[in-house]
Design a binder for this molecule. Structure first.
Ligand code: EPZ
Length: 420
């Protein structure tokens, strides 16, 4: 297994090119199940989760090539509809094939994803919504078996909780349903917006894009004549590198970004004392001489993103004063805390709230990545710790960050990937 060795007291400088968004790419790849003929998707990040979902689609019969961030795919050959445990257990977002497979074929089996580090991650809202659209859903031997032999029927869906992949699943199912589906309490994340925009640009009638009420007029199982497209930039990758600049008190420019996706992240960094120079599709961060403590509550978009919680928690260890971070979306998303404490951080967790005493000198040691975003938080802390830090189990990091150590090394970080 690989690990990262990082020298502390790092200074960064220069520019980083941002990759396509993993969490936009995953539903967009699942969406190709709805497409007629060949399709090209560009700016696709070469990360493990993307390769896993492509492998799943290949197992179902899709044909594709994926190189240099370009995917050429044709799903007309899909003739299996069972997403097996061996793949689904490695990536819960595989559940995104449920809606499209059911809508196109009228039946499918998708393994229940099983446990996840950051929380129980149920899919009850996905299943309840599909049942409401006429599907018969049973759970057998760890698999979701879904059947809708006469097709799905559009209806009103009210999500009890805002769910990103739940919204994506139902948007895709509704695109091929008979009649109109209204989704109330829909997720408004940019990743969901892009999925809706691509479907609309391909001829599916969707109203309310970017709002909490989506109205989708289905094609009654007619496949979509899908247009090729490019994946939006990864707002969480952007936020992660902004935190790298802030924590090392370095000026850094990020290219290929979407400013309109970064409101909550930029606002919180400004509150901590950073300032910004904004370009058309670039952003330069000017670090705070003294990082101010803050209070953060994670929320659904456009609120502060839970996927930035770990990175800001690492940053808060270097702020002047005491910060608090309340994690409202997941029940177990503080596993980076005990690893940061190994580096010397002064953090107390009480229920869903972490209290971070700032201006703490960190000292390098061996630490262990526990999940995707926790891994990047450890990289940030290691760059300001005294001495050397080794971060183990970085297969978590490789799921969602493209060439992270190469991008940081190119702007001055002393970071290398080694074999255990
Ligand atoms: C997406 O996960 C992202 N993953 C997550 O990013 C992100 O943290 C999360 O949205 C929240 O923004 C992808 O897009 C692939 P949810 P998702 O359904 O869709 C509860 C990363 O680091 N819920 O919006 O699985 C759930 O337990 C990953 O890139 C139900 O109760 O999240 C959670 O408390 C981690 N029942 C809340 O809703 C359901 O059926 C939000 O979950 C579905 C969800």
């Amino acid at each position: 297994m690989d690990y990262l060795k990082i020298q502390g007291n790092t200074k960064l400088g220069g520019a980083i090119n941002i990759s396509g968004a993993k969490n936009a790419a995953l539903p967009l790849i699942a969406m190709t199940i709805l497409a007629k003929g060949d399709l090209t998707i560009t700016n696709l990040p070469e990360v493990v989760d993307i390769k896993t979902l492509l492998k799943l689609l290949g197992n179902l019969g899709a044909e594709y090539t994926f190189e240099n961030n370009v995917l050429q795919i044709n799903t007309s050959g899909v003739h299996h509809t069972k997403a097996t445990y061996d793949i689904v257990k490695t990536m819960r977002a595989s559940i995104l094939v449920l809606g499209p497979l059911l809508a196109r074929f009228g039946h499918c089996e998708v393994s229940l994803p099983g446990g996840c580090a950051i929380g129980q991650r149920p899919i009850d809202l996905h299943l309840k919504a599909l049942e409401h659209m006429g599907a018969k859903i049973t759970i057998e031997a760890g698999y979701v078996r879904a059947e809708a032999p006469s097709g799905l029927v559009g209806c009103d869906i009210i999500f009890d909780k805002i769910t990103v992949t739940g919204t994506a699943n139902i948007v895709m199912a509704a695109a091929l349903a008979r009649g109109t589906t209204t989704i109330i309490n829909a997720a408004r994340e940019p990743e969901v917006v892009q999925l809706c925009e691509i479907l609309r640009d391909s001829g599916v009638q969707i109203d309310g894009i970017g709002t909490a009420v989506l109205k989708i007029k289905g094609s009654d199982t007619e496949l979509v004549d899908m247009k090729s497209f490019s994946v939006i930039p990864d707002r969480i990758e952007i936020g992660t590198y902004l935190c790298a600049a802030a924590i090392t008190k370095s000026e850094l420019t990020l290219n290929n970004i979407r400013l309109d996706h970064l409101g909550a992240i930029i606002s919180k960094l400004e509150e901590m004392g950073c300032t910004f120079t904004k370009g058309e599709d670039s952003l330069t961060i000017h670090p705070a001489a003294t990082i101010k403590a803050v209070d953060i509550v994670t929320q659904e978009y456009p609120g502060f993103p839970t996927d930035m919680q770990a990175q800001f928690l690492a940053l808060a260890t270097q702020a002047e004063g005491v910060s608090t971070i309340e994690e409202r979306l997941f029940e177990n998303r503080f596993m980076h805390v005990s690893e940061l404490q190994r580096l010397g951080a002064d953090i107390k967790v009480n229920g869903h709230t972490a209290t971070i005493k700032g201006a703490t000198k960190l000292s390098g040691t061996d630490v262990m990545a526990t999940d995707l975003r926790a891994s990047s938080a450890l990289v940030l802390a290691a760059m300001v710790a005294d001495g050397e830090t080794s971060i183990h189990r970085i297969y978590h990091l490789d799921r969602g960050y493209e060439k992270l150590e190469k991008k940081l090394e190119a702007v001055g970080a002393k970071i290398e990937r080694l074999k255990e």
